[in-house]
Design a protein around this ligand. Structure first.
Ligand code: NAP
Length: 270
């Protein structure tokens, strides 16, 4: 039987790609498209948003009303909206795939609470390439150890509202964990003025914003006499959308819990 998908943030940059990616998959059916209350897109046909012509699914702002007709909700919106949506999905027993970034610790706690009742995938980046890059970073950090300084550089389009990107932070977390550090204690966000010499236990983040960059990430391991860089460049949002849609098929079969894209791809080692 077809898996019925609802997309929150359907009119956004990712939402429009998610509509197209859902419709690529025969076993999925787009059953609802949601936007924020008051959006000018309410009542618009979701197919039009994806540039595909009418498909008979109109954009609504009432998630509780459509939840009984859904198997999985995919949410790429804003942190506050995602928290409200995950609570509604937990009430209704509907699984979720969440792509929203920039959540603070309290907002992440709401996701963890909801995941006691429903399966939730939350990944900062749904591309297969970035997910594999995380594994490579852990391997590199373990092999290179504390002798190499670690810096994370990322670039995104001018409209992105959070920094550093969720992907950059996840990369930093993976490296920190592999080195036995806690990113909350060792992250340095940008540098300016009389900074003093670099503290070898820190992990630095630099952010570039501009134009239409879909998402570039480079992690540098800088030693004395050599430098190693691991980079990923996304050229189309469809790579994230297809990963999220793949996660939607996977999450429906899972027990309640909080998962990420490494779980979806079966890369989790322990
Ligand atoms: P965007 O273009 O601003 O899209 C967000 C959409 O959500 C907008 O259409 C917005 O409507 C809508 N929205 C806001 N509140 C809502 C609500 N309560 N209910 C339903 N819809 C609501 O942003 P984007 O570039 O698509 O990115 C969205 C999020 O996904 C960001 O956090 C971004 O960092 C993240 N992202 C994640 C990945 C990944 O792989 N995990 C990849 C790309 C982006 P209005 O514009 O009318 O407010």
């Amino acid at each position: 039987m077809a898996i019925r998908i609802g997309i929150c943030g359907a009119g956004g940059r990712m939402g429009r790609n998610l509509i197209a990616a859902t419709r690529e998959q025969e076993e999925l059916v787009l059953a609802a498209a949601l936007e924020r209350p008051g959006s000018s897109l309410i009542g618009v046909d979701a197919g039009e948003l994806a540039g595909e012509g009418a498909i008979g699914v109109t954009v609504t702002d009432d998630l509780p009303a459509v939840l009984p007709q859904l198997d999985v909700v995919i949410d790429f919106t804003l942190p506050d909206a995602t928290v409200a949506n995950v609570q509604a999905c937990a009430e209704a027993g509907v699984a979720m795939v969440i792509g929203t970034t920039g959540l603070d610790d309290e907002q992440k706690r709401h996701l963890r609470d909801a995941s006691a009742r429903i399966p939730v995938v939350h990944a900062a980046n749904y591309s297969v390439g970035v997910t594999l890059t995380l594994s490579l970073l852990a391997t590199a950090a373990r092999a290179l150890g504390d002798d190499y300084d670690v810096e994370v550089v990322e670039a995104h389009h001018r409209y992105k509202i959070d920094a550093p990107s969720g992907t950059a932070l996840r990369m930093g977390e993976v490296v920190a964990e592999a080195l036995g550090r806690d990113l909350r204690d060792c992250a340095v966000y940008g540098r300016e003025g009389q900074t003093g010499q670099r503290d070898s236990k820190t992990i630095g983040f630099e952010t570039i914003r501009g134009g239409d960059v879909v998402g570039d990430h480079t992690v540098m391991f800088l030693g004395l006499g050599e430098r190693m860089e691991i980079s990923h460049r996304a050229s189309s949002r469809m790579t994230f959308a297809r990963g999220a849609v793949r996660s939607a098929t996977w999450v429906r079969e899972q027990a309640p819990g909080l998962y990420d894209m490494e779980d979806v791809l079966g890369l989790r080692s322990g």
